[in-house]
Write a protein that binds this ligand. Structure first.
Ligand code: URA
Length: 208
């Protein structure tokens, strides 16, 4: 996939921000699929363009559609807590976005066609940000990058060989974790805690 990302080189944060704003403006005009008809606003991103980590979620929900920002609802609040517990600063360390930029109706999973229509924006964001680490948060995000038969419960927490120069890990979606209360060894919450601690170790290594 490296060849897709080699077109844009952004040397500093101000240039990155400017190119991202231009991409966001193009996205706001997008009519490539029917999701544009029911959106309040596109949900493009939050966080610093200079962030070492890019977290890619599935799709905006109703709260995000209203706010125009990713992960602001209940799932986002849980994600904030889990990141903070692992020592990861959402605002400083993470640029957040989703595989698709418009809310699907009734919170359904985005279709492959919707993901394909929106792929140009996600690919653009990756090539502009050039993150050191990508976190694929949830099944739909994972399956935008790997075969659909790969199960998140089996490959979460492992560093995946998807890009030559970016460390990629799949993590559970916080919406799933909202239904999982146990923190016992090997429970999904315990696994998420471990996975984020592993991300923090990698982050510290990258910064060293
Ligand atoms: N779920 C997602 O995958 N993304 C959001 O932005 C909100 C909820």
């Amino acid at each position: 996939m490296k060849h897709l990302l080699s077109g844009v080189v952004c040397k500093n944060n101000a240039v990155k921000q400017q190119v991202l704003v231009e991409l966001q403006n193009v996205c706001r005009q997008c009519r490539a699929c029917d999701l544009c008809k029911s959106r309040t606003d596109i949900v493009f991103s939050s966080g610093s363009a200079d962030a070492p980590i890019m977290l890619i979620g599935d799709a905006p929900g109703p709260d995000e559609d209203t706010a125009g920002k990713p992960f602001v609802g209940r799932a986002g609040q849980l994600l904030n807590t889990l990141l903070a517990e692992a020592g990861i600063d959402r605002d400083k360390d993470i640029y957040m976005c989703n595989t698709i930029k418009c809310k699907p109706p009734q919170n359904r999973i985005p279709t492959n066609e919707e993901k394909r229509s929106c792929q140009v924006y996600l690919t653009g964001q990756i090539s502009i940000i050039k993150p050191k680490i990508i976190l694929l948060c949830g099944t739909s995000a994972l399956h935008s990058f790997v075969d659909n038969d790969l199960d998140i419960t089996e490959i979460r927490g492992k560093w995946l060989n998807i890009f030559d120069d970016i460390e990629v890990m799949a993590i559970y979606h916080p919406l799933y974790l909202l239904r999982q209360h146990s923190t016992e060894i090997n429970s999904p919450r315990w696994q998420m805690k471990n996975d984020l601690e592993k991300v923090k170790v990698m982050l510290d290594e990258i910064r060293a």
